[in-house]
Design a protein. Structure first.
Length: 199
């Protein structure tokens, strides 16, 4: 990701790693006992929080890493490994009934905003691209586009699931998982190359 990407390439990258289609079934199961209007309000609120968290990591993630003494190759390797593990879960989904039980309280930031909507993989990608892109506005705009698409999809998840069914949702998630795998391998290779060049 050392080369500059277009706005739409960045937005599509963020959209893939946020994985709203893959996370929609779990979010739906967490909110299944709320009425449809309340579900929409919760999703919109959590989507807004996820957007704010993503922006915070864009602007302050690099400073946080510098305080810890972490360099770009390490971040690229770490982000690539996290993305690879995320991709494996997308390609080979498993049901964790413990996670899918009804929440005793209405979710607030955790677990929907973070880590479901924005988690370690997406935040790593945001920090990495923010460090490599010269245009802060382009990164912010890409995050905005990706989060807007994410909120739109998660909000309409009940309708999407009715149309394509649970099997269809699983197929879409697995296809997105393959694309994330390619991105993860590229990040790992670039991290290794950066480490070797820094020796």
């Amino acid at each position: 990701m050392e080369n500059s990407q277009s706005l739409w390439q960045l937005a599509f990258t963020y959209f893939l790693v946020i994985n709203p289609l893959g996370n929609s079934p779990l979010i739906l199961s967490l909110l299944k006992d709320y009425d449809f209007q309340r579900q929409k309000k919760i999703v919109l609120r959590e989507g807004f929080f996820a957007f704010i968290i993503a922006l915070v990591f864009q602007f302050f993630g690099e400073h946080f890493l510098s305080v810890l003494g972490i360099e770009a190759p390490a971040l690229s390797l770490c982000g690539g490994i996290i993305l690879f593990l995320l991709a494996l879960m997308m390609i080979f989904p498993h049901k964790d009934e413990g996670e899918k039980k009804q929440l005793k309280q209405e979710p607030f930031i955790v677990p929907i905003a973070i880590p479901l909507l924005v988690g370690p993989g997406s935040l790593s990608v945001i920090m990495l691209t923010a460090a490599n892109e010269e245009s802060t506005f382009k990164v912010s705009a890409a995050i905005t586009i990706a989060c807007a698409a994410m909120i739109a999809i998660v909000s309409s998840a009940p309708y999407i699931q009715k149309v394509i069914g649970k099997v269809g949702m699983t197929v879409v998630e697995q296809i997105m998982g393959m694309m994330v795998t390619l991105m993860a391998v590229e990040m790992i290779l670039k991290g290794i190359a950066g480490f070797i060049n820094g020796l």
